[in-house]
Design a protein around this ligand. Structure first.
Ligand code: GUN
Ligand code: ZN
Length: 454
């Protein structure tokens, strides 16, 4: 395998040419890679190719430079991939990321609920959503499924921040009408009015979609879960997001709150919340019947490894999910998770599987953060790959950001070894540029000390 010089070209200026061609080592997926297959035919690696972008959409890939009518962005020697999709992350929790010493239920009460209460203030919501959207882009995440807070203004702020950046984003106001502090509880009637109004104003506008957002079963009354289910039934294009079976104390609590349900997942199924547009975070403490129900419904588990490690929640059984044919995507789950970087998330996912005696290939990990997530969200015609017609959400990465990684790249044998070393060693420092619908929305500061240009 040839080696690649580090950071050879300056990043492009943040302008949006209608028609441009991006040169680099293009990596995406044509199909789903099989578990454990390091030589997967699903991988599409096209080194030193040109990605053609016209009117914000990908129009093709070719080995030769296009004619002079195309503006050229020369990223020779860099890795170019579809923007990452983070399928579960909390906008307000940048305020309590990296909080010490607790498992889930105490972490919620001690840190998370107090932080989220502040988002009743429209200015806090606006500033928080702007910071969050910029931080996603600075990590190469161009699409996300996002929890706002129980406050309607926080969902408005998140939609607006995504809209002004042209991002494909799914979010919703959190439903929680019990077991939550003052200032963070809603009630069924008001919550229904808020959801209906938010759906009317945002769902399907530009690249935005609404998710009926149930925090988790313990913080919603059966009446509120029924209301959420009715909302889902009223419009099959709505998403649903929640948490399931993350922590053992949580699972025990759900059993006492819903004694008639077959399982924690069954609580959601009974309420009409389990469907092909459902995104359920964690899913660590599930059984075979739950996994079969996930498969049958088409719902996905948003696997959140850095959160599961940080909060000591448990080791997700990805192979059992795979065997059941249930969909799995990757998620940062910040602020339970410790980084917005989907690359760091992949590295943590590898370690979780290693602790289970399994090995996660770079291909399964990358697919779960790109095309796999897009398919699970029924958005693969728009995001997650370099298929012609997809929106040009594209990120350019340095293969190595510092001398240790550079040395590792120089001695890597074969593509999987090289890409695995990349996902193990890289982070936001490697990101050169993030394009959203063909517009550069994050460009690394050219005064960066690692970049030779002034
Ligand atoms: N369960 C209910 N709410 C939350 C949350 O905010 N984060 C995580 N990780 N789990 C939850
Ligand atoms: Zn979460």
């Amino acid at each position: 395998m040839t080696t690649t010089p580090m950071t050879p070209q300056p990043a492009p200026a943040p302008t949006a040419a209608a028609r441009f061609a991006l040169r680099g080592d293009l990596l995406d997926f044509g199909d789903e890679p099989a578990w454990g297959d390091v030589a997967s035919p699903a991988v599409r690696y096209r080194p030193d190719h040109w990605l053609l972008v016209d009117g914000g959409r990908i129009t093709g890939v070719q080995p030769d430079a296009p004619d002079a009518s195309w503006e050229r962005h020369d990223h020779r020697g860099r890795l170019v991939m579809p923007g990452f999709i983070d399928t579960h992350v909390h906008m307000p929790q940048l305020d309590n990321i990296a909080s010490y010493g607790t498992e889930l239920l105490d972490w919620l009460n001690n840190y998370t609920f107090p932080a989220e209460t502040r988002f009743a203030d429209p200015e806090r919501s606006r500033a928080g959503a702007e910071l969050f959207a910029d931080a996603l882009l600075a990590n190469g995440t161009t699409s996300a499924v996002v929890f706002a807070t129980a406050h309607k203004v926080s969902a408005d702020a998140m939609f607006e921040a995504a809209r002004t950046r042209g991002m494909r984003l799914v979010t919703g106001k959190v439903l929680q009408d019990r077991h939550s502090p003052d200032g963070l509880r809603d009630d069924v009637m008001q919550a229904e009015r808020d959801c209906t109004d938010l759906i009317r104003r945002w769902h399907g506008r530009d690249r935005l979609a609404y998710a009926v957002t149930v925090r988790f079963a313990p913080t919603s009354t059966p009446e509120q879960l029924a209301m959420a289910g009715a909302l889902c039934r009223s419009d099959a294009s709505l998403y649903m997001q929640t948490h399931v079976a993350e922590n053992r104390d949580e699972v025990r609590w759900v059993r006492t709150l819903f004694p008639d349900a077959r399982s924690y997942l069954g609580v959601y199924a009974d309420a009409g919340l389990l469907h092909a547009r459902s995104v359920l975070a964690h899913g660590i403490w599930l059984d075979d019947e739950d996994r079969a129900a996930l498969h049958a419904s088409g719902a996905q588990i948003a696997h959140s490894p850095s959160s599961n490690l940080f909060l000591g929640s448990g080791l997700f059984d990805w192979t059992a999910m795979n065997a059941a044919g249930a969909r799995v995507s990757l998620a940062s789950d910040v602020g339970g998770g410790t980084s917005l970087s989907m690359i760091r998330t992949m590295a943590e996912a590898y370690k979780v599987q290693a602790l289970r005696g399994e090995r996660l290939t770079a291909w399964v990990a990358l697919h779960a953060a790109t095309r796999g997530a897009a398919e699970a969200l029924q958005l693969d015609a728009e995001i997650g790959s370099f298929e012609a017609g997809c929106t040009a959400d594209v990120c350019v990465w340095d293969w190595a950001a510092e001398p240790v990684a550079q040395r590792r790249m120089e001695v890597a044998q074969g593509l999987h070894e090289r890409v695995f070393a990349f996902i193990t060693l890289a982070d936001d420092r490697n990101l050169v540029a993030a394009y959203v619908a063909g517009t550069p929305r994050h460009v690394r500061d050219v005064r960066d000390s690692r970049d030779p240009s002034p």
